[in-house]
Design a protein around this ligand. Structure first.
Ligand code: NAI
Length: 467
């Protein structure tokens, strides 16, 4: 039987990054993955394909609606959806192949098959061709990720009732796409198909976007999305669906208790994801789970109740984000190596890759009020920034919440172009425990979008220059 220092089940961003870090630290590493390609949900059917579709659909939308302002006139704009989807598949292939290359480079041994824990040291691997193999490892990391949550009564058929797995591959643009859940998947895939010509209605249980995130900034984003054509129905509870040959009728109840019907051709169920532990053997082995169905780990060491078995990423508590899983992958490899691996959960950025993008780190105003923390607000709008004008953009705002006494950053929200890139500076500032003044006194190149962030930091101290 093959023996390893570390075996990782699942080759998503958590698992493969953990494998590389462990190999760098001198461990003999195995990675077990049931998909043919590495990279997990994120690279195969999540973050990467959806970003490829977002970029392509942005080009389509810009060509239609924005190029004329630049003096560029394009006639006969046509959508070749087959090619657009093929490009997306090519992007996915290249990033997945890249992970394969990294496994080889780092001498991580790859096993293709479904891994099942049979003891605290052994993993049984069921292969696609019916054969099997058992390997042994001193340490095991579970990084099996998550799958979409089903909605009772909404049986996914891949055609009229779909999950994000299918909505990255629609063979034609839906006429009316009904989306259940105004979360990140609903907003990103809703934006893609809306830009490509679909009517999009999003039905959401809660009263606002982005959960506990800052209300004012989520309202700002909502207004912009609505101006682009997305229709939101907040505080609506879906209660059933009727499928006809070429139509689906979604039934819901609004906050007043009134029944309402939505007619469309496809329903995308995007109500969150749940840990994927099917056939893993974790429960049989006595691994403990939280009451929310995630694997229970010690938050400082990622150890389960079985000391040499660890878990990271979507299967444990915390936001289901690829970069959170990656950081935990690095931390757990270092912990297994006897080092002090650590993740600063307060500095993890959230990003919604719509246009404009929405990104934030830290608390919103409502959370600070609830915690009784006194804060000062600094704001700056994108439209007065020179680079933004050059880009022909105008919408959006940066909002900074800093501690009233210490000036330390508590929350930074960006609704604006390329917020996903700008938020990196914010995460770094949080890591260093920066104050708003630290950001305000840091030289930001001109003309760049990042100047808007600096202006907001200056506004915290009431000395913004350009407003
Ligand atoms: P989500 O948790 O972001 O949003 C689900 C939404 O559905 C919530 O607003 C919730 O209130 C609503 N909802 C739940 N039950 C409902 C019901 N019965 N009727 C109407 N609304 C209902 O989950 P989503 O969008 O499915 O994404 C899954 C996971 O993938 C998330 O944890 C997310 O963090 C991650 N993800 C992250 C991305 C990013 O970082 N840009 C992109 C895509 C996914």
């Amino acid at each position: 039987m093959k023996e390893f220092d570390l075996a990782i089940i699942g080759a998503g961003p958590g698992g493969y990054v953990c494998a590389i870090r462990a190999a760098q630290l001198g461990m003999k590493v195995a990675i077990i993955e049931k998909r043919r390609t590495l990279g997990g949900t994120c690279l195969n059917i999540g973050c990467i394909p959806s970003k490829a579709l977002l970029d392509s659909s942005e080009h389509f939308y810009h060509t239609h609606h924005k190029l004329a302002d630049h003096g560029i006139h394009v006639k006969d704009i046509q959508l070749d959806l087959k090619k657009l989807l093929a490009r997306k598949d090519q992007v996915v292939k290249e990033v997945c192949d890249g992970v394969d290359w990294l496994m080889n480079k780092n001498k991580v041994e790859r096993f293709h098959g479904h891994g099942k824990l049979v003891s605290n040291k052994e993993i049984f691997i069921q292969k696609e061709d019916g054969s099997s193999q058992t390997i042994q490892s001193r340490n095991i990391v579970i990084a099996t990720g998550s799958v979409p949550i089903d909605l009772p009564g909404f049986e996914v058929d891949g055609k009229q009732i779909v999950t994000s797995d299918h909505a990255i591959n629609f063979p034609s643009v839906p006429k009316h796409l009904l989306i259940i859940g105004a979360g990140v998947i609903g907003l990103e895939l809703g934006s893609v198909w809306s830009r490509l010509g679909a009517q999009v209605s999003i039905i959401e249980l809660l009263p606002k976007l982005f959960g506990t995130a800052d209300r004012q900034m989520s309202s700002l984003a909502q207004r912009i999305y609505e101006s682009q054509g997305l229709k939101f129905y907040f505080e609506h509870k879906v209660i059933g669906i009727e499928k006809k040959e070429n139509e689906v009728i979604l039934k819901a109840i609004n906050s007043k208790g009134d029944g309402i019907e939505f007619k469309g051709d496809v329903v995308l169920v995007a109500v969150g994801r749940k840990p994927y532990v099917e056939g893993l053997g974790a429960k049989e082995l006595g691994i403990q789970f939280t009451n929310r169905g995630r694997i229970q780990v010690d938050p400082h060491t990622y150890r389960t109740n079985i000391p040499n078995i660890y878990a990271i990423g979507d299967v444990i508590d915390g936001p289901m984000l690829a970069h959170k899983a990656e950081d935990e992958g690095i931390a757990v490899a270092e912990i297994i190596n006897g080092q002090a691996g650590h993740v600063n959960y307060l500095a993890i950025p959230w990003i919604v890759y719509t246009w404009p993008e929405v990104a934030w780190v830290g608390y919103g105003e409502e959370e600070l009020k609830e915690k009784g923390i006194d804060y000062v607000v600094g704001r700056a709008v994108f439209k007065s920034n020179g680079r933004v004008k050059a880009m022909n953009e105008s919408e959006g705002q940066v909002k900074i919440l800093a501690h009233k006494k210490t000036d330390r950053l508590l929350g930074v929200y960006i609704v604006g172009p390329r917020a996903s890139d700008m938020i990196a500076e914010v995460a770094l500032a949080f890591e260093f425990g920066a104050t708003a003044e630290d950001v305000a006194r840091t030289c930001h190149a001109h003309p760049t979008l990042s100047e808007v962030l600096r202006e907001a930091a200056m506004a915290v101290g009431k000395w913004s220059i350009h407003s």
